[in-house]
Design a protein around this ligand. Sequence first.
Ligand SMILES: [Zn+2]
Length: 241
Amino acid sequence: MEKVINSTQISRRNLLKFGAAVLGTSAVTATLSSGSSSKILANEAPEVPNNLSPDDALTLLIEGNQRFVTEKRVNPHQSFDRMAEIAEHQAPFASLLSCADSRVPVEIIFDQGFGDLFVVRQAGNLVSPEETGSLEFGTAVLGCKVVMILGHERCGAVAAALKGGEFPGQIGRLVAAIAPALATIQEQNGDPLANAVKANVSWQVNELKKSPVISDLIAQGKLKVVGGYYDLDTGKVELVN
Ligand SMILES: [Zn+2]
């Protein structure tokens, strides 16, 4: 029987050790203070400083999407020089949990490049234990100031959950994980699939906030978790409550 380790069982000291091992000890300075969350100071940060506020980080994302929508992308941080600059250390400002859909390339639709975004992708943008762990790492260790859970128009995974039925292999697990979110859409007007995608995003946002690591950062004003909906026709990302 596999032993499942709950995030609350992992001490902050071990989390920091993990971060130091991944990042290199020179890149991370950890200060542990009694009774409060650890402070992780990332040295040698690339040009986007990680002392951004959560609101500023969200603004950077939204501005990047506006450049994409208006065909004014600047394609930042995509050179070999940038690759070399961050080869030893990363300090992304935002973390995204998006669908695996090929029509939602995250760095492109937010006009970002190497080292800017910590991206987790999975069909249906679901908050499973592994995805939660990834997002905890992206925020508590790497210092992302905003997490966006990003659904999109005409999502096949959500459409399958809406339709129901039998699915081959493990696809049924995806569908089952989306299904509880759809109980809230029965009385809504408008396109049922769009409503279902947005309901799933809101549901997953709430699921992620159940993580003590995430909720602790939110309570300290160091993190914001938001939902987003990507329009496949216009390229625009709107915020989802
Ligand atoms: Zn999808």
